[in-house]
Design a protein around this ligand. Structure first.
Ligand SMILES: C[S@@+](CC[C@H](N)C(=O)[O-])C[C@H]1O[C@@H](n2cnc3c(N)ncnc32)[C@H](O)[C@@H]1O
Length: 248
């Protein structure tokens, strides 16, 4: 666990603190809520025996969605203002939620201890592909065998390609330039997952902001050329894949 005073020295964390109250005033896109709700509804009930980790939880709303389904939740973010708002809005569930102020790049969690990992909309902020992959390998080891994860991140679409906008930082907001990102392609996200993971679904998100229109558009050819986001849903394999022996 990191000390909150130290976390405020991270420029993005300071910006997130300033922006936390406004974040809740901007409702999350219906597409994202719909996609997360469908994921949570499909998680096998027996995984509720283990805590769910809500990483980069922000002020909400993923923590509330997990709590409302009966999970015990550990919600992690480096923005303490976001955690405080999240706690205030989930006060009725306080006996089932723990808040941890930490930098996800440093955060450690015991192996095979969680039933669900919620990773909504932050991977793009964790650095280059190497940093993102290190994070995913570390954190996915926290899933119990059969445990499920939800991962969404910024997609590198044709509009971004045209504008040469792959790696950058947001120019608006409370402290412009402090929130940096790297947009990924689907094959890159898949290549960052460890072999202990089985992918159950991949879908593009936010071609349209309306959930039904977005699901229909995702069936068009080459939908990732247009989508703003990538969603990957998967689970930890029940047994490790066999090792390939390269020695003859
Ligand atoms: C776009 S918001 C998404 C919030 C929430 N998951 C949702 O889907 O509404 C990204 C969140 O990730 C958090 N975040 C980004 N980088 C982080 C890091 N290195 N450590 C901890 N939290 C981080 C930010 O503070 C912010 O709350």
């Amino acid at each position: 666990m990191s000390s909150p005073g130290m976390l405020e020295r991270i420029p993005e964390a300071a910006t997130r603190n300033q922006e936390a109250p406004q974040y809740l005033q901007l409702p999350k896109f219906p597409t994202q809520l719909d996609s997360i709700r469908r994921f949570i509804d499909a998680v096998p009930a027996e995984l509720q025996a283990f805590p769910a980790l809500d990483l980069g939880c922000g002020p909400g709303p993923t923590t509330a969605m997990l709590l409302q389904r009966g999970y015990r939740v550990i919600a992690v973010d480096f923005s303490t203002a976001s955690l405080q708002l999240n706690a205030a809005s989930n006060a009725e569930h306080e006996s089932r939620v723990m808040y941890v102020a930490a930098d996800l790049k440093e955060f450690q969690v015991a192996g095979e201890s969680c039933g669900v990992l919620m990773m909504a909309d932050f991977l793009q902020h964790l650095g280059d592909m190497g940093d993102q992959q290190r994070f995913l390998h570390k954190i996915l080891a926290a899933l119990v065998p059969g445990g499920r994860f939800y991962l969404s991140c910024l997609n590198y679409n044709v509009k971004n390609w045209w504008k040469k906008d792959r790696i950058g930082s947001f120019s608006d907001g409370a402290m412009p330039g402090t929130i940096s990102y790297r947009r990924s392609q689907v094959r890159e996200v898949l290549s960052m997952l460890p072999s202990t993971i089985e992918v159950l679904a991949i879908h593009p998100m936010n071609i349209f902001h309306n959930a039904v229109a977005d699901r229909m558009a995702s069936r068009l050819p080459l939908p990732f050329l247009l989508a703003r986001m990538i969603v990957v849903i998967g689970r930890r394999r029940l047994s490790e894949p066999p090792r390939v022996d390269t020695q003859r």
